[in-house]
Design a protein around this ligand. Structure first.
Ligand code: KG4
Ligand code: ZN
Length: 332
C-alpha cells in the first residue's frame, strides 16, 4: 500500500493541511486563507493569525484526511512547518502535529518552510533536474540559491532589506489597494504602461537584492503627483521588480550554466513573473521549474513533499523540536 504523509502549515496567515503520498502525488490539499481577517490592517496581525489558526486547524486537518480517504493511524507520519514564521502561528501547527502523531502512534517530521517552497516545484513535475538556479521570492524572503541536489543549497545572495513580496504589499497598502498586494498590483500592471522611471536597485551588485529604495521611490512619486495613474505606477513598479529579478537570474544562468531554473514562493504566482521566467528558460534552453500557480503561495502540499525528502534523508524528528521563527536554510 502506498504510504501517506499528513502535512500541516501554519507559519503565517494560511491554515493548511494536505495528504501527500510517497510518490509525491497530492491526495488532498486544503488551504484556509486569513486574508479577509488581516486585510483591514494592511498586513498580518500576529495575534489574530494565531487565534484563527487555533479555530481552523482541526476542521482543516479533518477535511484533508476525509478527502484523501485515510485514517490517522494509517499514515506514515505527520510533517509540520517548524519555521521560519510567526512564533504563535507556528506553535499551533506544531502542537497539533505532535499531539495527532502521538495519539496515532506515527512519527512526526519538522520541515523548514523555505525547503517547502523549494520543494513545491515537484508539485508541477516530479522530473526535477539538478543543479538548479533557484529563486525564492515570497512575503518574507528574496533569496537566490543554487540547489545542487535535493536538500543541498548554496546561497548566492539575498535581500539586504525588504523581500519583494513585502515591497508589493507595502506599495499596495500605500495606494490603498488592500492586502496582499501582489495579485492586485499584477492585475493593475497589465492595464498600465512602464512609463515611470523607477530605480532598479543593486542591478550591478552580484546576487544581492534591495527593494526598500524602490518602494520609497514609488511612494515619493505618488506623493508628488496627486494625478498619478494607478495602472502606470503598478506597471512601472512591477517592471522594475522584474528587471531586477531577471538580471540576477540571467547572471546566475550565465555563470553556472545549470540545466534547471526554479522559481518558488508566493510571488511565483505572478503571471508576469511566470512569463518572464519562461522566456529566460527558453533563452538559456534550461528547464523551468515552477509550482502550479495555486501552490506558489503558502500551502501544506509543499510541506508534505519536503517532509518526504527529509524522512528519506534523515528520518523522523525528535519530538522535542519547537517553533523556530528565524530558521534559515542550511547551506552546504
Ligand atoms: O509564499 P507566501 O504565500 O508567504 C510567505 O512565505 O511569505 O508569499 C506571500 C507573498 C505576498 O507578499 C504576496 O503579495 C505575494 O506573495 N503574491 C504575489 C502574487 N500572489 C501572492 N506577488 C505577485 N503576484 C502575485 N500574483
Ligand atoms: Zn511561504
Amino acid at each position: 500500500m502506498t504510504r501517506l504523509l499528513l502535512a500541516i502549515e501554519t507559519s503565517c496567515d494560511e491554515t493548511a493541511a494536505a495528504v501527500v503520498d510517497e510518490d509525491l502525488t497530492v491526495r488532498s490539499s486544503i488551504v484556509a486563507s486569513q486574508v479577509d481577517l488581516h486585510a483591514a490592517f494592511g498586513g498580518v496581525v500576529p495575534e489574530l493569525a494565531s487565534r484563527a489558526h487555533i479555530e481552523m486547524i482541526t476542521p482543516i486537518v479533518e477535511r484533508a484526511l476525509v478527502e484523501a480517504g485515510v485514517d490517522g493511524p494509517q499514515l506514515a507520519g505527520v510533517a509540520v512547518t517548524s519555521g521560519p514564521g510567526l512564533v504563535g502561528a507556528l506553535l499551533v501547527g506544531i502542537a497539533t502535529a505532535k499531539s495527532l502523531a502521538l495519539g496515532w502512534g506515527v512519527p512526526v517530521v519538522s520541515v523548514n518552510h523555505l525547503e517547502g517552497h523549494l520543494a513545491s516545484v515537484y508539485l508541477a513535475d516530479p522530473a526535477v533536474a539538478f543543479p538548479q538556479v533557484a529563486l525564492l521570492v515570497s512575503g518574507g524572503h528574496c533569496m537566490l540559491t543554487r540547489a545542487t541536489a535535493p536538500g543541498r543549497y548554496e546561497l548566492l545572495g539575498e535581500t539586504v532589506d525588504d523581500s519583494i513580496g513585502e515591497a508589493y504589499d507595502k506599495v499596495a497598502r500605500f495606494l490603498g489597494l488592500g492586502y496582499p498586494g501582489g495579485p492586485v498590483l499584477d492585475r493593475l500592471a497589465l492595464e498600465g504602461a512602464d512609463v515611470l522611471d523607477f530605480p532598479r536597485p543593486m542591478l550591478a551588485e552580484g546576487y544581492t537584492f534591495s527593494f526598500s529604495g524602490l518602494k520609497t521611490a514609488v511612494v515619493n512619486y505618488v506623493c508628488a503627483d496627486p494625478g498619478f495613474s494607478e495602472t502606470d505606477v503598478a506597471a512601472s513598479f512591477v517592471a522594475a521588480c522584474m528587471d531586477v529579478l531577471v538580471t540576477k537570474l540571467r547572471r546566475a544562468l550565465r555563470e553556472f550554466g545549470d540545466p534547471a531554473l526554479a522559481i518558488v514562493g508566493g510571488v511565483a504566482a505572478s503571471p508576469i513573473l511566470r512569463a518572464r521566467a519562461q522566456a529566460l528558460a527558453d533563452e538559456f534552453r534550461t528547464q523551468l521549474l515552477i509550482p502550479p500557480q495555486s501552490m506558489a503561495t503558502d500551502n501544506a502540499a509543499m510541506i508534505g513533499v519536503a517532509g518526504w525528502h527529509k524522512l528519506a534523508a534523515v528520518g523522523p524528528s525528535d519530538s522535542a523540536f519547537g517553533p523556530e521563527p528565524d530558521l534559515r536554510l542550511r547551506f552546504v
